[in-house]
Design a protein around this ligand. Structure first.
Ligand code: SF4
Length: 311
């Protein structure tokens, strides 16, 4: 991997996509929402305008460089540290990736802009789209996702339904479960009703296994998640952890550790798995980063996570 890369991360093992090369096309925490469970904090200004947030020719050049170097990945995933549909060059980039490789392209989106025809057209170019729906009613949407004031819940759901009607590829809908917020019977029933309208191909249930923006958000136990999956029905699947043996061996430096931590808090084991590096090398890099004040640790459910020192 080139040290000068600015827009790529990984390939990293992804629970949903196998080995995934991440492509980041908006600056850190540029998003239409401010979810309580966000791993990027809750201090960013929300964005709603679609524009070229980063130079897309440079993003493409980095991808082409990786492909020429023999990239092995199950997906090239446009996601990263914010909402990728905010970038008005999304469709252009997907077309260019398809011209350069047969590796399928995934888009991970919060779905809040799918009411816009231009966003639907851009996302429809992807081989799989992974939107989110965490709330079955406007109040929970406000409480949990803190959308930009111009985003309206009914319009948000209509966008997801309209996308299903125009997109023939797979839609894998993520539902993020937060204890006490969207876990009541009525909340789950409301979510189920919306899912029936959206008709995704898969439903992925997630919970706060990593530190989140809001300290009160805690992960549900596997048994409670399974129970919620049963209540929701419709073949909802609790996302399983990625098997560790898919990562290879790789160099681990403080820089590569920071690159991963800027995108999500990780444990030592998680970093070793993400980077394909030996645990000892990760420990050494983390010690250096703790010593120079670049990272801090955060305990969650008995596990120690590391994340960048907040600015
Ligand atoms: S979790 Fe995703 S959608 Fe929610 S605020 Fe963070 S980046 Fe945006």
């Amino acid at each position: 991997m080139s040290q000068k890369e600015k827009y790529l991360f990984g390939p990293v093992p992804s629970r949903r996509l196998g080995l995934s090369l991440g492509v980041d096309i908006v600056p850190l925490k540029t998003c239409t929402q401010n979810c309580l469970y966000c791993q990027l904090g809750m201090d960013a200004t929300q964005a709603i305008e679609r524009k070229d947030y980063v130079p897309m020719q440079d993003v493409l050049a980095e991808i082409q460089h990786r492909l020429q170097a023999g990239l092995k990945a199950d997906y090239i995933t446009i996601s990263g540290s914010g909402e990728p549909t905010l970038n008005s060059g999304l469709g252009w980039l997907i077309d260019r990736i398809h011209e350069n490789t047969t590796i399928p392209v995934a888009v991970i989106t919060n779905g809040s802009l799918l009411w816009r025809p231009d966003v639907r057209n851009d996302c429809a170019k992807a081989d799989v789209v992974l939107p989110s729906l965490d709330a079955g009613d406007p109040e929970t949407f406000e409480q949990l996702n803190h959308p930009h004031h111009s985003i309206n819940y009914a319009q948000f759901v209509e966008g997801l339904v309209a996308f299903r009607q125009c997109y023939t590829g797979p839609i894998w809908l993520e539902v993020f479960i937060c204890d006490g917020i969207n876990t009541s019977d009525i909340s789950l029933q409301n979510i189920g009703n919306k899912i029936d309208q959206i008709k995704p191909d898969k439903i992925h249930l997630n919970t706060a296994v990593r530190p989140t923006a809001h300290p009160s958000i805690r992960a549900l136990s596997p048994s409670r998640m399974a129970e919620i999956g049963q209540k929701l029905g419709r073949n909802a699947e609790v996302i399983a952890d990625f098997p560790k043996d898919k990562a290879g061996s790789a160099e681990c430096t403080p820089e590569s550790v920071m690159e991963t931590l800027f995108r999500r808090p990780c444990t030592i084991d998680g970093l070793a798995s993400s980077l394909g590096a030996e645990k000892k090398a990760v420990l050494y890099a983390i010690k250096r980063l703790l010593d120079n004040g670049s990272v801090i640790s955060d305990e969650r459910d008995g596990l120690i996570y590391y994340k960048p020192f907040p600015k």
